[in-house]
Design a binder for this molecule. Structure first.
Ligand code: ITT
Length: 195
């Protein structure tokens, strides 16, 4: 029987990206599909703690195997900001465009444009928690480019790539992305548990 996991997120882009990596090896159920309509709080100051909060909230509600992920964009010249505050960098509206505008403004005149995305997955399987991390190094562009993806994708170019994440199809972004790397570790772990 296929292992089924609830994915504790309200972000459909994350669901699409993770399903495209996992394929049909495991069944991923969204909160919407599980009939759960809550805005899970993310009050902590680390990605790990927020990921734990999200997976435990859904596990307590359902008692089912589940996972969550928290992702941040860590910009070297801004001492790792927006980091854990990436979703609300320009305010509680969680507005992707306003977040990008604020980032580009804060990086004006800064020669070092190095940045990285970091994803932390918290998996709760048979009442035990496991973490998986994925990192993607890159640079912040001076102007945004592209319409695909979400969040900061229009201003991020991964190391080894020749265009922004938002100029890539999902399959191309998956070659480089933090999320793909974290999910691949999750997938390998789940596969090893099955055999
Ligand atoms: P859930 O908590 O419901 O999973 P969220 O959108 O709030 O969804 P995060 O707390 O992990 O997710 O927020 C991280 C923010 O970082 C997200 O809103 C985007 O602005 C940005 N982000 C995350 N992953 C990204 C990616 O792959 N490309 C571009 N920006 C990303």
């Amino acid at each position: 029987m296929k292992t089924t996991l609830i994915f504790a997120t309200n972000n459909q882009h994350k669901v699409d990206e993770i399903r495209s990596v996992i394929g049909d090896q495991f069944e991923i159920i969204t909160l919407q599909e599980a009939g759960i309509n809550i805005d899970i709080p993310e009050p902590h100051d680390t990605l790990e703690a927020n990921a734990t909060e999200k997976s435990h909230t859904i596990h307590q509600l359902t008692q089912k195997n589940c996972f969550s992920e928290d992702t941040g964009l860590e910009v070297a010249a801004l001492n790792g900001e927006p980091g854990v505050k990436s979703a609300r960098y320009a305010g509680d509206g969680r507005d992707f465009q306003r977040n990008i505008d604020k980032l580009l403004e804060n990086l004006q005149e800064k020669p070092n444009r190095s940045a990285r995305f970091r994803t932390v997955i918290s998996l709760i399987l048979d009442n035990k928690e496991y973490f998986f991390e994925g990192v993607c190094e890159g640079q912040i562009l001076t102007e945004q480019s592209g319409k695909s993806g979400f969040g900061y994708d229009p201003v991020f170019i991964p190391t080894g790539g020749d265009k922004s994440f938002a100029d890539m199809r999902m399959e191309e972004k998956n070659v480089f992305s933090h999320r793909q790397k974290a999910v691949t570790k999750l997938l390998n772990f789940l596969t090893s548990q099955r055999s």
